[in-house]
Design a protein around this ligand. Structure first.
Ligand code: BTN
Length: 305
């Protein structure tokens, strides 16, 4: 059983057919969760687990923390665990990811030195509210980074920038069942101590790291601690449906509102305009050249100088 699960965890999830996964989950749900905890993949090499567990001030985020040396993607592992019945608040961390996933189907470069983590969430909420989880996570990341002394700003919908360079990205993946959210995986990548020169050239000029900005190494354990504490606060607001409080915080740290932007959408379409505000459902309101207001639900945001 353990061997089989390890094989699955090591494999690229694309390789696992839905049928195989379902068969395994139906028959051995509980076993899988138990076996994951026992896997030799767990390591305390770069994170002080004791400190992490003892210093967390959360009630449920991080009650279960799985730390790996290498996985394909922490989102994929978290998805696997969520399917097998793991609880809300379970956190998956990996030192490196071989197939880190970015938005719009892109690869997310994840060498060691970064924070690559995913959280399993099970909010009792309509699927239409899922985009707000992404914004809430952006607020938690930005607050965490500001608390360690960098000028973090949020670019709609969920890039965290320092001086216009990306320091963190968020990938939210939701599983929906009959008009309710079954579970949501929130994946957060923070360029902490990684060496930019290890990344593809075209990326190097677009991103920054905390080490670059602060000229010191930020301890992973401390950073994760701060983030998880911050995350639970803002996620509780989401669960209490205090969306305005989240959006107010988002607006205060926004790099997008008040700027001319171009939103690249799927199928090669793009919309240009002045970013007027963010609406209650998390979409962006643009004022186009002709003065018309346009609501944009998703896309890649480019800020015009
Ligand atoms: C983006 O494109 O901006 C989103 C990047 C999200 C990366 C994180 S790293 C941890 C988690 N696991 C993944 O495979 N992706 C997310």
């Amino acid at each position: 059983m353990k061997k089989k699960m390890l094989e699955l965890l090591k494999k690229n999830r694309e390789d696992i057919s839905k049928t195989t996964l379902n068969e395994i989950l139906n028959n051995e749900e509980k076993e899988i969760a138990k076996a994951v905890k026992e896997t030799g993949l767990q390591t305390i090499e770069y994170i002080n687990r004791e400190k992490l567990e003892n210093s967390l001030k959360t009630k449920y985020i991080g009650n279960e923390i799985l730390i790996y040396k290498e996985v394909d993607s922490t989102n994929s592992v978290a998805e696997f665990l969520a399917e097998s019945g793991s609880d809300e608040g379970t956190v998956v961390i990996s030192k490196l990811q071989s197939q880190g996933k970015g938005r719009h189907g892109r690869k997310w470069e994840s060498p060691s030195g970064g924070i690559w983590l995913s959280i399993i969430l099970k909010p009792d909420m309509a699927p239409s509210k899922a985009p707000l989880i992404t914004l809430a996570t952006g607020v938690a990341v930005a607050k965490t980074l500001i608390s360690i002394g960098v000028d973090a700003r949020i670019k709609w919908p969920n890039d965290i920038l320092i001086h216009d360079k990306k320091v963190s990205g968020i990938l939210t993946e939701a599983s929906v069942k009959v008009n309710t959210i079954d579970y949501v995986i929130v994946g957060v990548g923070i360029n902490n101590n990684l060496d930019i020169k290890m990344l593809p050239e075209e990326l190097q000029k677009k991103i920054t790291t905390l080490k670059n900005e602060l000229q010191i190494k930020v301890a992973e354990t401390e950073l994760i601690l701060k983030f998880l504490n911050e995350f639970e606060k803002v996620y509780n607001l989401f669960k209490e449906e205090k969306f305005e409080e989240i959006l107010d915080d988002w607006r205060k740290m926004s790099e997008t509102i008040g700027r001319f932007v171009e939103i690249k959408q799927t199928h090669g379409k793009s919309v240009k305009g002045y970013a007027v505000r963010i609406s209650n459902d998390g979409s962006l309101i643009l004022k186009e050249k002709d003065g018309n207001l346009k609501k944009v639900i998703s896309g890649e945001c480019l800020i015009k100088k």
